[in-house]
Ligand binder design. Structure first.
Ligand code: AMP
Ligand code: MG
Length: 347
């Protein structure tokens, strides 16, 4: 299949043609990758089972890993969910459109093929102009996971999507400026529970709806036996080809561990990279040193994370050592991704 790659130009006439074409493809049951404020999504008509089956095939995604349904207005929530608790309305008021995914009990129109067989549905209203316009103009609810091959880092640039999915999907819409996935909050039970950390933090939720829990699988994820409530969280995601290890502890010890091991591996002929911060990068002596920005600027680390993981593949890096990043607020989201990328190897 030939994949159309279309650039949003900000020329209204040109862009309208792109939205028209993309809408046509979606309504006919095809696949369109599009930008959101989090990462690129791989979209299909959420209510068309055959169309969403193509998403699983193109990504190589396990069928028990449900998709997020992207919407453009509140009416859609009442159509897709059988119950809309007050907390959902409050959170939508405060954080939508934006990087928040809510889990609600599903209505009958939602096929189980996109919920991985669950009785709940994941819903998000993106704020990115291109995503919002595509949903609105196509007239479909768009089921969309991240537009990468399953197991690879989420795509923050169109060329990441092209690399993974060119030839397997109908169209890619290209644009700029994106970061980490949406926060997922489960409102289908009594106490709202964060299933996947993201830009919107526990503290931000609590200001709006009171007590919020974090799924133990996120905090204790490294321990065996804790099953995450978001099916997708159990898979090793975001993995670069390199062997990635996170080194935790006293910064002096971390630095000397990384320097010693980097030198050893380089002597053996391997390519080694180090993920660090502006504050500590001068302490490293060898290897390819990549700063994720200032330690205090968690957002910077979030923005750099996926592009950096992808860069390791492009550069054919064999080993990566990473410092640990702060675990409060957005840092928790970054660390959660990093731990998964490392396949839970923390030293
Ligand atoms: P992705 O779109 O690739 O970021 O993946 C979607 C994430 O949402 C996965 O981690 C899924 O497990 C999670 N998810 C989607 N629907 C549900 C649901 N009904 N209940 C819990 N988690 C869900
Ligand atoms: Mg994904």
């Amino acid at each position: 299949m030939e994949t159309i790659v279309a650039d949003i130009t900000c020329n209204p006439k040109e862009d309208e043609k792109i939205y028209e074409k993309a809408g046509e493809i979606l309504r006919a049951g095809g696949l369109v990758a599009f930008p959101t404020e989090t990462v690129y999504g791989l979209g299909a008509d959420a209510l068309d089972e055959a169309a969403s089956a193509k998403i699983y095939a193109a990504k190589g995604r396990p069928s028990d890993n449900p998709l997020i349904v992207h919407i453009a207005d509140m009416d859609a929530v009442y159509k897709l969910a059988s119950e809309v608790p007050e907390a959902a309305v409050k959170l939508a008021d405060k954080f939508w459109p934006g990087p928040l995914t809510m889990i609600l009990k599903k209505s009958d129109i939602v096929p189980e093929s996109i919920t991985g067989g669950l009785g709940t549905v994941a819903i998000r209203m993106p704020s990115h102009k291109v995503a919002a316009e595509l949903i609105r103009s196509s007239g479909v609810y768009i089921a969309a996971p991240s537009a990468n091959t399953s197991g690879k880092p989420s795509p923050t640039l169109a060329r990441h999507v092209i690399k993974d999915l060119s030839g397997k999907i109908d169209m890619i819409i290209d644009t700029v400026d994106i970061g980490v996935e949406s926060t997922i909050i489960d409102l289908s039970e009594d106490v709202p529970t964060i299933l996947r950390p993201g830009f919107i933090t526990k503290e931000m939720f609590e200001e709006v709806v009171g007590e919020v829990r974090i799924d133990p699988a996120i905090t204790d994820g490294v321990k065996a036996g804790v099953v995450p409530k978001a099916p997708g969280m159990k898979y090793k995601h975001y993995a670069p080809d390199a062997d990635l290890k996170i080194i935790e502890g006293d910064i002096d010890k971390v630095v000397s561990y990384i320097n010693d091991n980097t030198r050893k591996l380089m002597d053996e002929g391997y390519k080694v990279a180090i993920m660090t911060t502006d504050e500590t990068k001068h302490l490293y002596t060898d290897g390819i040193i990549i700063s994720m920005g200032h330690k205090s600027d968690e957002l910077s680390a979030a923005r750099h994370l996926y592009a950096t993981l992808r860069e390791f593949d492009n550069e054919h890096i064999d080993y990566v050592f990473s410092e640990s990043f702060e675990t409060e607020n957005v840092g928790r989201a970054v660390m959660n991704r990093l731990i998964k990328a490392a396949g839970h190897t923390i030293i």
